[in-house]
Design a protein around this ligand. Structure first.
Ligand code: ZN
Length: 126
């Protein structure tokens, strides 16, 4: 049960965080399907995504919440923040988000994500 969740510092040394992101996302889905606690694994997947942005020099992100029909994280849709703020607060995935997969055991499985903000990148070049 005491699975080791790598720290941000450890993850920054991984050469392919996009791969790690999908690996942990898939693992979180498997846990949800079995009715086990998946939230920390889902957070780990989000951290991999944000740290991939850090590796590639992206500074700002926009939150893409789950579908509007779910009350959970949809209200954060379009919110902008720095990658470092997002890593610190980790607003996505939202615990107990209204989204759920396949059946009740997948309840709270937030599929919100982060997009990098190109506009801010352009501004910073001027
Ligand atoms: Zn959500």
């Amino acid at each position: 049960m005491n699975e080791h969740f790598p720290t941000n510092e450890e993850l920054l040394h991984f050469p392919n965080l996009q791969y790690e992101k999908f690996k942990y996302y898939r693992r979180a889905r498997e846990l949800a399907e079995k009715g086990e606690d998946f939230f920390e694994t889902l957070q780990l997947s989000a951290r991999c995504e944000l740290l991939h942005f850090v590796q590639t020099g992206i500074k700002h992100v926009i939150i893409c919440g789950c579908s509007e029909i779910h009350k959970g994280c949809a209200r954060m849709n379009g919110k902008k923040m720095t990658v470092l703020q997002a890593l610190k607060k980790l607003p996505i995935p939202k615990r107990n988000c209204g989204n759920h997969l396949f059946h009740e055991s997948g309840k709270g499985f937030c599929v919100g994500s982060y997009e990098y903000d190109t506009n801010t990148e352009y501004e910073s070049l001027t």
